[in-house]
Design a protein around this ligand. Structure first.
Ligand code: ADP
Ligand code: NA
Length: 316
């Protein structure tokens, strides 16, 4: 059975964009061949606060379960040491020149300014290890991650050619089309958990009804007044997209007041069952710990032979 791997970085709190664009499609295919991980190691590549990272990872762990991903193998990347071990071996195969060409590295290191972490530079190698450990042949990623999957592919081919065939060579594929949700305050940018926990344009999965209402009420629109999709009116288009992705319909709505009220109701009823399940899980931490411990154990089992083969091939 081919395994499917998907990682999400606890670099912020999960948003409605993450739910509709990622968790929903992940839920649709969350069977025994799906491995869904929280990439806490990736979150260490940028300046971070240890207690904040821990809180975010815990919240996200509960939210993955609460949004219906439990049928998959759920795990936390740092609980499966093979990711770090293989990453080092691949650093011995990757070249500094190709890492320096990664667009995300250039962009993020420019943003960080001084004291860029070495892990930000080697991050694509860790990502290659994530992929190669699970033998995924196809990796569904957005355009921003395509270059990293191509690097993983180059590294796999180079390793196989130099040391013997150990890895399945992965290929980037287009992800199943999920909704693409834009920021409510700046609708030309996608809603992102990395925008910060107090960003008014982000709806977080744990926002209560009042907070959702307030954020939607303040969402940027325009002066046209007409409830219809229009590339020149990204704010209103986004509200209609959100409404429909949450099971509502904009047909017959007149005026932005009515649209916003319909969006609020649809989002609140989308989030309610997740929040209810989240509270149940928060009251039963032992169960959550058990689920992630079992997930990590399964990952260790699945990845051990791949790591062992790579170590043997490279001469350890
Ligand atoms: P973020 O930008 O929120 O930090 P990531 O880049 O870590 O999110 O992506 C995590 C997953 O969520 C990916 O599958 C990505 O495609 C999806 N995703 C992130 N933001 C959105 C959005 N605004 N709309 C739809 N899907 C999104
Ligand atoms: Na991000």
């Amino acid at each position: 059975m081919t395994k499917r791997l998907s990682l999400i970085t606890p670099s912020g709190r999960l948003t409605l964009g993450n739910l509709l664009g990622a968790l929903r499609p992940m839920g649709a295919t969350a069977g025994s061949s799906a491995f869904y991980g929280l990439s806490d190691l990736h979150a260490l590549t940028l300046p971070h606060e240890p207690s904040v990272l821990r809180t975010r990872t815990e919240e996200m762990a509960l939210l993955l379960m609460a949004s219906g991903l439990e049928p998959a193998t759920l795990f936390i990347q740092s609980h499966v040491p093979a990711h770090r071990s293989l990453s080092y071996l691949l650093e011995c195969v990757a070249h500094t020149g190709e890492l320096g060409r990664m667009i995300q590295f250039k962009e993020k290191s420019r943003r960080v300014g001084a004291s860029v972490r070495a892990s930000l530079f080697t991050y694509p190698v860790l990502m290659a290890a994530d992929i190669l450990l699970y033998g995924a042949a196809e990796v569904p990623v957005g355009d921003d991650q395509r270059q990293h999957v191509e690097l993983a592919r180059d590294i796999a081919i180079r390793f196989n050619t130099t040391y013997g065939k150990v890895f399945t060579v992965p290929q980037a594929v287009h992800p199943a089309a999920g909704a693409r949700i834009m920021d409510l305050a700046e609708p030309t940018r996608k809603m992102s958990k990395s925008a910060g926990d107090t960003h008014p344009g982000s709806i977080f999965l744990l926002d209560d009804a009042d907070v959702v209402r307030r954020k939607v009420a303040r969402a940027v629109t325009d002066s046209a007044g007409d409830v219809s999709r229009d590339p020149e009116r990204p704010g209103v288009t986004n509200l209609i997209d959100i409404l429909e992705a949450c099971g509502g319909s904009a047909a017959g709505l007149s005026g932005y007041g009515a649209l916003k009220s319909a969006v609020t109701d649809a989002v609140v009823s989308e989030l309610e069952p997740i929040q209810k399940r989240y509270r149940e899980l928060a009251a039963d931490r032992a169960y959550v710990t058990e689920v992630y411990a079992a997930g990590a154990a399964r990952c260790r089992e699945v990845t051990a032979p791949v790591l062992a083969a790579a170590e043997a091939a490279i001469g350890l």
